[in-house]
Design a protein. Structure first.
Lengths: 395, 395
């Protein structure tokens, strides 16, 4: 929400999380109004006894609850079309503060509420992210833009995989200093195996286009310095960027996942339309399934072990042929917490890529956390395949 | 962190998120000390130019930075053992405030720092959750428990799947009222398809055991009312509970995932030790892979479509036999945003379970959000299999 508000020219000042206690809510809203023109409140609108926000805000703004018949109709229709049973508590969700504008929630029963007080605004929304985002996208941002007249902020985010923030920072010191000196801002936003770099600048006096093209020039220089690590911009996912590349070239992908256990498949199929290029995969967790379904040779497993260059290459080749795909990714590793040896410590992961002309494999070590190893293995595999497709190495 | 502090008898008063600006940090710490005895600060300790927390807190507590040689040695050892290149910015991470106690971070270069002021404490930690949790688990909570002498709070969380919070609340009104009247607290913590119910009570005068057994009696009554929906307690995951059940009975599991695209496999393999009972799965995204790898009949696909009772049952049977497993789960559905029809709208999901004696299937509709449909499908499948195994229906 902060990022979206920022895009609409509203600077996020503070986020406060408090308990569901009326006095705490009132104190927090009072404090927020002393420092901000717009206050967003989420949560506490559910139908259960621990939800007290609606009643508290109704009293705070000196108004009272009344049934809104148009909202009641919406709720009744939603229940009748889904076939779920409507309870008295759901009916009570149509009791809303008289002085508030209602921001319709089409995904649940807790409505958004817009309160005004001395040229300031408070929006109360349900805490379920899916419902809250829907309300803001459909009604909230528009209404905010009309009410407040702000200078928009231009920002772009560059997405990197496979390089730590310290290493990025070391190689862009001069670039970063020049950017800051010219009044732009840079934020490093790290997550496991990935760093997002957000560049932003204020667009005053309607010069948004100029700011935009200056940011593009900064990004062009980043692309020159880190071609392999930068996979996209904005809200793209790595799986989506790879998928677009495959779709453009009429190519398809299959998977053979051992240590990643289905996570690469999940990342790929989280992208709408992925059935255009994704044929499927095998989660080959047992050795038997590596042999019987992917066709890995029992000798290879016996001589080299499941976590080895030979095995992971045979897995990739097997998946490519079973699913009749252009490319295949295979993973095999020791995610831990058990199973490590001196030779193959916890965190050891072999990744293989197979294409029409070549199969390659590489060994990584992603450390001792099981969930990090799974996550970083998946992202590393996707970005490695992206680079190999771009350079034509697997053809 | 709030939940863990609560367990250590410290009530969470407020969470504040602010920007990386020294004046904002100082104002927030000042305000926090007026209302709390313990202040935890996360983030802003990285080596990049936007990280200003260490310098700001050093000035705030009137001390100065100095190289801690024991910390420098730890950092040097970490770099040399992982083979990564140590930069000057990493060396600077060993410059720490003189008056602070250091809470060693063994997962990264940003150390935890413990500051004291007038019997109050501030702990500064890196923002990376994995590092922050490590510091608190290894050093933070112990030091907090020794410094503050508090009444512990006893709490237990009951985990449910497949029933909405309104429906739970409606069926436990009397139970909830009696619990609150006796001085206990109840929180409903919903996430897609799941609701956690947290029951807690203060243990004063060393009566923690009595409070604990009173909470157990409340939970016993919940189990009586919702046997199918309650799958566990505490921090268990549904995949872990199902896995333990399979392990105890020496049974194994295979998957055939279409619309869930590998997510069920990911949930199962996120549990350490899952190779004891998980044989593997097929992500059968293309129709060809349903036929060629899982053995679904081409006629079934032609006559009934991929999203149908017949197809999903054949997928489950195919996975069970291919992986030689006791049980198999199969999913096929329309996650959206495209592909819906009047007969099979977006959100339609067929789930099948196959066992030694029987294969069953059920149709669900999980609504219009792709990610919610994937998540809820996966959890519904796991909980349905758990119930069917417990009742012996698939034998």
């Amino acid at each position: 929400m902060g990022e979206q508000l920022y895009l609409h020219g509203i600077r996020l000042n503070k986020i406060v999380t408090i308990s569901d206690v009326p006095t705490e809510i009132v104190a927090a809203v009072d404090e927020a109004f002393t420092r901000a023109d717009l206050v967003l409140v989420t949560g506490g609108l559910g139908p259960t006894q621990d939800d007290v926000t609606k009643e508290t805000l109704t009293a705070y703004f000196g108004t009272k609850l009344e049934i809104r018949s148009e909202v009641l109709t919406e709720i009744e229709n939603a229940f009748s079309s889904s076939g779920r049973k409507m309870l008295e508590v759901h009916r009570k969700q149509a009791e809303l503060p008289k002085s508030a504008d209602i921001l319709l929630n089409t995904r649940g029963t807790a409505m958004g509420m817009w309160f005004e007080k001395d040229d300031k605004v408070l929006i109360s929304m349900p805490g379920v992210p899916y419902e809250m985002k829907g309300i803001m996208r459909e009604y909230g941002f528009d209404k905010i833009s009309k009410f407040f007249k702000t200078n928009p902020i231009v920002h772009k985010t560059v997405l990197t995989q496979g390089i730590g923030e310290s290493y990025i920072a070391e190689q862009i010191t001069d670039w970063e200093t020049s950017l800051r000196n010219e009044g732009f801002f840079l934020a490093y936003l790290p997550s496991p195996g990935m760093v997002r770099l957000r560049i932003s600048g204020y667009a005053e006096n309607g010069n948004a286009e100029e700011i935009d093209s200056r940011i593009d020039r900064y990004i062009a220089e980043l692309n020159r310095r880190f071609p392999k690590y930068i996979y996209g911009t904005g809200r793209q996912t790595l799986a989506e960027v790879l998928g677009n590349l495959l779709r453009e070239q009429n190519q398809t992908l299959a998977l053979a996942e051992s240590c990643t256990g289905g996570y690469i498949g999940h990342l790929i199929t989280s992208t709408p339309g992925s059935s255009d290029y994704f044929m499927g995969g095998v989660v080959a967790y047992s050795n038997d399934s590596k042999v019987n379904i992917l066709g890995v040779s029992a000798n290879t497993l016996a001589n080299h072990g499941a976590v080895s260059e030979n095995t992971v290459k045979e897995m990739a080749n097997g998946a490519r042929s079973k699913f009749n795909a252009t490319f295949a990714i295979a993973t095999s590793g020791i995610a831990g917490p058990d199973g490590g040896t001196d030779e193959k410590p916890i965190g050891t992961v072999w990744i293989a890529l197979a294409g029409p002309g070549k199969t390659v494999a590489k060994k990584f070590n992603f450390g001792k956390s099981r969930s990090r190893t799974i996550t970083i293995s998946a992202h590393s595999a996707l970005n490695w395949l992206r680079n190999k497709i771009l350079s034509g190495v697997l053809e």
